[in-house]
Design a protein around this ligand. Sequence first.
Ligand SMILES: NC(=O)c1ccc[n+]([C@@H]2O[C@H](COP(=O)([O-])OP(=O)(O)OC[C@H]3O[C@@H](n4cnc5c(N)ncnc54)[C@H](OP(=O)(O)O)[C@@H]3O)[C@@H](O)[C@H]2O)c1
Length: 316
Amino acid sequence: MQTRKLGQTDVELTVIGLGTWAIGGPWQFGWGPQDDAESVRTIHAAVDAGINWIDTAPIYGCGHSEEVVGQALKQMRQKPLVATKCGLLWNDKREKINCLDHDSIIKECEDSLKRLCVEVIDLYQMHWPQPEEQIEEGWEAMASLVEQGKVRHIGTSNFTVAQLERIAKIHPVASLQPPYSMLRRNIEEKLLPYCGENNIGVVCYSPMQKGLLTGKFTKEHVQTLAPDDHRRGDADFTGNKFEQNLKIINALRPIADRNGKTIAQLAIAWVLQKEEVTAAIVGARKQKQIEETVQAGDWVLSETDIEEIENILSKE
Ligand SMILES: NC(=O)c1ccc[n+]([C@@H]2O[C@H](COP(=O)([O-])OP(=O)(O)OC[C@H]3O[C@@H](n4cnc5c(N)ncnc54)[C@H](OP(=O)(O)O)[C@@H]3O)[C@@H](O)[C@H]2O)c1
């Protein structure tokens, strides 16, 4: 699979990283029940297929996603790079709490290292820039973890340009992790150009819009989601927005078909054609899913396909 250098670092990432939100299992924004043995098989399959990095976070399943990643890593000789996050704690109802206190981040890092069973975290990302008044305090704590050798590089997630500018004065920003898909293109206007100009790596999340851009969703399919799958309440999966999304997906189908690819592969390859993008973080909860989507990592879309997709997306 193609690799790209992550911003100013010396790290080469495969253009597809494995996302492990869904495999965390239940919490406030969970995806319903998940079988851990299947999750471990999925992680092994991802690495066997050439993926060299995994993205996780403590909040995914309140520690559980990191534990499952740690369990999978223990069984591997050739270990992938690990990216995790900080800044989201949880209460006893498994609801998120934003916290960027210095001491809290230092403790979070220790907990993540234990759960992941690693000695150092390759990329440590501030999950959300909230509470906004604490982003400098949190970033300073993360920079001190680099000095202590607990993490190799520090990055951000869900930041605006103004917020990136604030923290860049304290310590170089290795990466930004923003949402980006054919259905969510907000970053194209300001964030992508800013990251390109400042050599900040961009690792995009939800490239298949949480599974919507696989083409498998219908109204009936949404009804089969577990009662605690947060997508039931996601605006993209309900009402007029959902209908509009299905129209776009149906219009994209012939482009995937004529290339002998799936809509999921088209969605990922489309994200990767942007030059500022380092990699797409592709979520999977089953081995078969990642075996399919990983193939997008070597597909370079033609100019004709890109133009046709642009026409479809700009009509909406
Ligand atoms: N920093 C942040 O704030 C943030 C936010 C969101 C995500 N992320 C990261 O980005 C990663 C990826 O985003 P995401 O998980 O939200 O969404 P995604 O990658 O767009 O979609 C992943 C979901 O699509 C379905 N799927 C995957 N491959 C499929 C296939 N071949 N056929 C059919 N269905 C398939 C699976 O769910 P079902 O089988 O249940 O449909 C899977 O969990 C996350 O895991 C996480 O690491 C970060």
